[in-house]
Design a protein around this ligand. Structure first.
Ligand SMILES: Nc1ncnc2c1ncn2[C@@H]1O[C@H](COP(=O)(O)OP(=O)(O)O)[C@@H](O)[C@H]1O
Ligand SMILES: [Mg+2]
Length: 258
């Protein structure tokens, strides 16, 4: 059963004198527990889709349903993680993690324990009283992940969360996020322009093209790759052939716009 559904979603950004058609007739759905990637060149509307799904922005036309309710009426928690970690430098790691619940006046001892437990799970024991400036980029992004998970979101939106990190850190974080999201059986949409990352992390890849943003093709990741850890997927004998197919599709849509 589909958990999230986008039906004929179109979006225009308007400014004083003209407008940009950022999304043109986007339809897809995501099942509960599924991990889907949106893959495409810069400007093809990936972040616009996540902003609409998160409810921050309204689409110009079309429908977005989460668990059969309009996204604007849904009360299910949505987790949103971005390329930048947006940690407050003057707050401790624990206070940063508890930011959402603090705003909603929901903090109690149990939640504090849960925050510490999640920090331990991402390999960050004993940092809760430190400040973001004393942590590396990869550690800060792990804090951002914990802050996203603490509200127990029903769907996670990940907008290029690894792209500001060095390659080794990125590969390690891919494994960590994959492991955690599978353990908690989370539904997730990952936005990326990295073909390898899309294959390594997801069950399904939605390839987009730009001007205006459209879906050009959807690829199912072979079953043998889906349950492997991302690091191992890249070495799997079946990896190269799906990589080549996705590459070809991305190339096709790029030549259309050049
Ligand atoms: N706030 C905005 N105002 C005007 N145009 C925007 C705005 N945000 C994005 N766009 C335009 O919409 C298109 C899609 O952008 P975006 O969703 O950010 O793409 P992506 O995340 O795939 O790089 C691009 O042409 C971009 O320039
Ligand atoms: Mg973007």
């Amino acid at each position: 059963m589909s958990f999230l559904t986008l039906e004929n979603v179109t979006h225009h950004y308007f400014n004083k004198n003209n407008y940009t058609k950022a999304l043109d007739d986007i339809s897809f759905s995501v099942k509960e527990g599924e991990f889907v990637s949106l893959l495409g060149p810069s400007g093809c509307g990936k972040s616009t889709i996540l902003s609409i799904v998160s409810g921050i922005m309204n689409q110009t036309s079309g429908r977005v349903l989460l668990d059969d309710k309009s996204i604007t009426e849904s009360e299910l928690a949505i987790g949103y993680m971005l390329q930048q970690d947006y940690l407050f430098p003057w707050k401790t790691i624990l206070d940063n993690v508890l930011l959402g619940p603090t705003i909603q006046d929901n903090v109690n001892e149990e939640l504090k324990e849960k925050a510490k437990e999640l920090l331990r799970e991402v390999g960050l024991q004993n940092v809760e009283n430190q400040y973001p400036s004393s942590l590396s980029g990869g550690m800060r992004q792990r804090v951002a992940l914990v802050r996203t998970l603490i509200t127990d979101p029903k769907i996670l939106l990940l907008d290029e969360p690894f792209s500001a990190l060095d390659y080794q850190t990125k590969l390690k974080l891919e494994d960590l996020v994959f492991k955690l999201l599978h353990a908690y059986q989370k539904t997730a949409i990952l936005v990326t322009h990295d073909i390898g990352e899309a294959i390594a992390m997801s069950d399904r890849i939605i390839v987009m093209s730009a001007n205006p943003g459209k879906i050009s093709k959807t690829f199912e990741v072979p079953l043998e790759l889906r349950n492997e850890m991302p690091f191992l997927v890249r070495r799997h004998p079946k990896y190269q052939s799906i990589f080549d197919k996705v590459w070809e599709e991305l190339n096709k849509s790029e030549t259309r716009t050049v």
